[in-house]
Design a binder for this molecule. Structure first.
Ligand SMILES: [Zn+2]
Ligand SMILES: [Zn+2]
Ligand SMILES: [Zn+2]
Ligand SMILES: [Zn+2]
Ligand SMILES: [Zn+2]
Length: 594
């Protein structure tokens, strides 16, 4: 097959299908896509509500206690508490099984199933969660609070995208770290505070793109350095005296130091992409990967394209695959699929050795499933009804034919045949309840115009007992009774950060601030999360030329491949043309990093 340019059925922009893409679609026995890669990614993300949690009734028979759930009470969803949903106390097939009806489009029948098949309150690896009931999209958490998209985390609160961390607060996209605070994209760090994209660092504050450093403050692009402040070397004694002088425990000082550090970060060149130990990759935040095109925030991925948010163990031969990993292969147009899953198409939350699953939602340890919801340990089911192997194969073929002959058409007149992911209007969530809102922010009007759902924030009525500006400036002056107060968030709900308007300090958090000598925050956890994810570049690439010309930044040495003038190298980068950062190609960046 030759390269083909198509027009996206959603945004109407042109997109290209390469010969190797056609080969993949053929291997997976799927038609080529009709939406562009970005619209496809958003279409998946509108099904993922990580952190908008509600208290709601449990619909399990005889249960009277409310549960914490990602499904608000006003949704047409049957919700069971985690323990009951995962148990064998109820018959999954009897509850909602449907005959296939050839007089209606498949997706309409799937929508009905979605409203009748019971769903677990949260998407967590029950029973691996210990004292962490306010966490979602997670497994193996212990004593955690509002930690989402995470595995193996202990004694921590507030954050997302976290693997193997301990005693840390306000962190996002962080791996194998301990005693860290308010950081983004850090790995194997200890006591790292207000830092971005640092690896193997300890006792590092307000630093960016540093590797193997310790006792550094306000630094950028350093390698294996000690006792540096604003990229200048000091003796140990001088360093310690200066740090004391900075008085980090004061909110006023911290705010000034943060601004000063960020100003310095901008003066140094940035690498065109972030990653380590890769071969032939294109994307951003890519680690230990090989032959990956358009990969974002991924680790251990091979021979794949349009991949995002994969953070554990090998992932191979996948396209349009978002979230999870852990030994999976041959996944297409799916999200949150993991744990040994293989050959999964158009599905969400399908895991634990699932095989040959299509158009299914929340199914585990199952194979040969088509259009199923909430099943466990099943085979050969369609719309939650059991068939024999032969009946299944025959009916599946007929349904695919029927989906093409009688497609579903949404309110925007978009047509969904076999080969499309679930239509966005079937998602149980509003755009702003999901991570789509974080990666591709839209206003309510824009979302509704694009035929996405929207969920107006529920009335909060939090009566703040203390204003943010009334908090003591230094942590030393904070009394233990602060954990009883309701603090008004400084943004007061006027921002687009899904501000909670007020917040509390939990006691393990207060102990952490005291131990680390850090002042109390002035923003609610949601506003803090949005402040950190502002450090993350968009999941998009722009074609640019290296900015190295010996003028925008004064190079420390002559660059071998262009001894003078502007570097001719071009690359794909997640820094768009209108950004302030100085973006260098790999050769020029490596020449400058010391
Ligand atoms: Zn598009
Ligand atoms: Zn807020
Ligand atoms: Zn805010
Ligand atoms: Zn260059
Ligand atoms: Zn250069």
């Amino acid at each position: 097959m030759n390269q083909e340019t198509k027009q996206c059925n959603k945004c109407k922009e042109a997109f290209v299908i390469e010969p190797e893409d056609f080969q993949f679609y053929e291997k997976m026995q799927v038609p080529p896509p009709t939406w562009c890669p970005e619209c496809r990614l958003i279409r998946r993300l509108v099904w993922r509500n990580e952190s908008t949690l509600y208290k709601r009734p449990c619909n399990a028979p005889g249960h009277t206690e409310d549960v914490i759930s990602m499904f608000s009470a006003d949704k047409s969803i049957v919700v069971y508490d985690q323990k009951y949903w995962w148990s064998d106390a109820w018959d999954r097939l009897a509850q909602a099984g449907q005959d296939y009806d050839f007089s209606k489009p498949f997706f309409e029948q799937f929508r009905k199933l979605l409203r009748s098949a019971p769903m677990p309150a949260l998407s967590t690896g029950y029973p691996t969660m210990v004292r962490s009931e306010y966490s979602n999209w997670a497994g193996d958490l212990k004593n955690c609070y509002l930690i989402v998209d995470a595995d193996f985390v202990e004694d921590s609160a507030y954050g997302s995208g976290i693997i193997h961390c301990k005693d840390s607060f306000d962190i996002d996209f962080t791996r194998h770290s301990e005693l860290c605070y308010f950081s983004f994209d850090i790995e194997k760090c200890y006591q790292t505070v207000y830092s971005v994209s640092c690896k193997d660092c300890s006792d590092v504050y307000f630093s960016k793109d540093c590797v193997g450093c310790s006792h550094c403050f306000g630094c950028v692009n350093l390698r294996n350095k000690k006792y540096h402040i604003f990229n200048k070397a000091y003796s140990q004694e001088e360093y310690e005296a200066k740090i004391k002088e900075f008085g980090l425990g004061s909110y006023k000082n911290l705010t000034d130091l943060k601004a000063r550090s960020q100003e310095l970060w901008l003066k140094y060149p940035k690498r065109s992409y972030r990653g380590l130990h890769n071969t032939n990759v294109k994307g951003d935040y890519v680690y230990h990967s090989k032959n990956v095109q358009y990969g974002f925030l991924i680790t251990d991925v091979e021979d794949s394209k349009y991949i995002a948010l994969i953070h554990s163990k090998p992932t191979k031969d996948c396209y349009d695959y978002t979230d999870w990993g852990d030994n999976v292969q041959s996944i297409y147009e799916s999200m949150s699929v993991g744990l040994g899953a293989e050959k999964i198409r158009f599905s969400h939350l399908v895991f634990a050795n699932a095989r040959e699953v299509e158009y299914s939602y929340f199914c585990t340890r199952s194979s040969n499933m088509f259009g199923c919801v909430g099943l466990k340990d099943k085979q050969y089911c369609i719309l939650n009804k059991q068939y024999s192997k032969e009946e299944y194969k025959e009916l599946r073929e007929k349904i695919i034919e029927h989906m093409n002959k009688m497609p579903y058409v949404d309110a925007a007149q978009r047509v969904y045949r076999y080969g499309e992911f679930f239509p966005p209007d079937m998602s149980p969530f509003g755009y702003n309840e999901t991570v789509a809102y974080e990666y591709f922010p839209l206003t309510k009007t824009e979302a509704v115009d694009g035929k996405y759902k929207w969920k107006d924030a529920e009335e909060k009525n939090y009566q703040a007992t203390v204003r943010a500006d009334e908090l003591p400036d230094t942590i030393d002056a904070v009394q233990d009774s602060i954990t009883k107060e309701i603090i008004g968030c400084e943004h007061g709900g006027t921002c687009n950060h899904k501000c909670k308007t007020a917040f509390r300090i939990i006691s393990q958090e207060l102990q952490f601030y005291k131990r680390m000598n850090l002042p109390l925050p002035r923003l609610c956890p949601s506003c803090r999360h949005y402040e950190r994810i502002a450090y993350r570049n968009p999941l998009k690439l722009w074609h640019r030329q290296c900015m190295c010309d010996y003028k925008v930044y004064e190079n420390t040495i002559k660059h071998q491949h262009h001894p003078d003038g502007r570097c001719p190298n071009e690359f794909e980068t997640s820094y768009s043309n209108d950004r302030k950062e100085i973006v260098y190609c790999e050769q020029c960046y490596q020449a400058e990093v010391i």
